[in-house]
Design a protein around this ligand. Structure first.
Ligand code: BGP
Length: 470
């Protein structure tokens, strides 16, 4: 679609940035925090999560930088096991105090907190008791959510239930080091997470009816490799199993029909108890978060035993599946040095398709470029590649708005460098450089990168500088 006039970002557009608790906080076993499944990661080559970016001790300095940058919103996550060390039962007051101080600082700086309840870090105690396979975890999540809604009802008005539920189901080994359940069990866990999210939504409605809540799945457009109709069906297969299975449930409270037939055919359909579907139908979110990094390209499966190809476990790397799709290379797109495709137009396509499915306002909860940033001799990090990445993605987001998508804001990944899920500090995403290596903690100095100042200007002009530039 070509438009004769350029549109502007809405006046109340939420210019934000994101992080998650276990990837920035550190203090993994401090002040009464219980362990989460992420704390079991002890990689030989890369950093673990014990210190991370030491945000737990330096959050005031970090919030001051957010203010300097002009952020309107900050998306962060609560660490469930910092609040409930055993996942349920006894509350850890010191953990709550930390988040009160953080949220107070954000509010004092005029930054709107957008809080994720659960970002990959299930309390270990719950995991040892069956994790998401056990329906008791749904009760624990509801109690945890209700506590936070009550505690923060005067300050937090935007909530996200679960980060990337679809990635946790599709790439379980990447997200939980304790082993990979069977497919049948995974889809049961998926059903339980849907219920947990729905219960949290219902609780928020009674505790703070003015607040808004959504989920944050990882959604991507899938391209057919060629114009062969079979490739188109394969793209539709994969988009459905990767995206719409989740969106149809969150937004409309129903299992997507194609996804359900797939589950049935494999014998993987979850056990649904009385009342489950009613709850899922009733508890609708107000908006949908979307984590977008790259599109996928696929062709028809050959069903020759080679549709599924061994690749590394990155959440953005498609592996293929017999009878569903075969993963293909997209020669039209460049890649980051970590092999993730760079596809700004794909963001526009993704937003259009997602909006057509969800029929509710969207919030970009993650988007960003992982790179081996270098602290130069001049004491700066010149990340022009990241500026280029963001500029191109934001221009496409503006076009999606012009296409009619209700886009509430943009919270790129990430505000500061943090522990990447696979590559530690080798792969950095932040606007702010953290002066540490994988194992050498150095001085942890916070150093704004060139992209920090560039984004500050974008925010100051409400994106106008960007839209008008070529
Ligand atoms: C998303 C996760 C984030 C973050 C990001 C970048 O899937 O929600 O937690 O890690 O991807 O991924 P990575 O760290 O693997 O580069």
């Amino acid at each position: 679609m070509f438009y004769h006039e350029k549109t502007a970002f809405p006046e109340d557009f939420l210019w934000g940035a994101s992080t998650s608790a276990y990837q920035v906080e550190g203090a993994a076993a401090e002040d009464g925090k219980g362990l989460s499944v992420q704390d079991l990661h002890h990689p030989a080559e890369t950093s673990d999560f014990s210190v991370a970016s030491d945000h737990y001790h330096r959050f005031l300095e970090d919030v001051a930088l957010m203010k300097e940058m002009g952020l309107k919103a900050y998306r962060f996550s609560f660490s469930w096991s910092r609040i409930f060390p055993e996942g349920k039962g006894k509350i850890n007051q010191e953990g709550l105090n930390f988040y009160h101080k953080l949220v107070d600082a954000l509010c004092a700086a005029g930054i709107r907190p957008i809080a994720t309840l659960y970002h990959f870090d299930l309390p270990l105690a719950l995991d040892e008791n069956g994790g998401w396979s056990n329906r008791e975890t749904i009760d624990a999540f509801e109690a945890y959510a209700a506590l936070l809604f009550q505690e923060f009802q005067n300050q937090i008005k935007d909530w996200l239930t679960i980060n990337e539920q679809n990635v946790m189901i599709l790439h379980p080994s990447a997200m939980n080091p304790r082993g990979v359940p069977s497919q049948k069990e995974l889809y049961q866990q998926n059903h339980h997470m849907f219920l947990a999210s729905a219960r949290a939504i219902q609780r928020l409605r009674t505790i703070d009816p003015e607040a808004h809540i959504g989920a944050a799945p990882n959604i991507i457009a899938v391209y057919p490799k060629t114009c062969a109709p079979e490739d188109s069906i394969a793209a539709d297969n994969w988009e459905t199993l990767r995206n719409w299975l989740y969106i149809d449930m969150y937004a409309h409270g129903r299992y997507n029909s194609l996804a359900w037939e797939y589950l049935k055919d494999h014998g993987w359909q979850p056990e649904i108890q009385e009342g489950d579907m009613e709850l899922l139908r009733e508890a609708r979110p107000d908006f949908m978060g979307v984590n977008y990094y790259a599109t996928a390209t696929v062709s028809a499966p050959k069903n020759d035993g080679h549709d599924r190809q061994p690749r590394n476990g990155d959440q953005q790397v498609m592996v293929g599946e017999e009878g569903v799709y075969r993963a293909e290379e997209n020669e039209c797109l460049p890649s980051t040095e970590f092999g993730w495709k760079i596809d700004p137009v794909g963001l526009r396509t993704t937003l259009r398709r997602l909006y057509a499915h969800a029929h509710m306002p969207l919030l970009i909860t993650e988007n960003g470029m992982g790179a081996r940033d270098l602290l130069e001799d001049d004491g700066h990090v010149h990340d022009s590649y990241r500026i280029d990445y963001y500029a191109k993605h934001l221009k496409q987001a503006a076009l999606a708005i012009q296409d009619g998508v209700e886009l509430m804001g943009y919270c790129p990944w990430s505000f500061m460098d943090l522990v990447s899920t696979h590559q530690g500090y080798q792969k950095r995403y932040g606007f702010v450089y953290i002066n540490r290596d994988e194992k050498d903690l150095k001085d942890m100095k916070r150093i704004p990168k060139d992209s920090f100042y560039w984004y500050r200007d974008v925010i100051q002009t409400n994106g106008e500088s960007l839209i008008q530039s070529k």
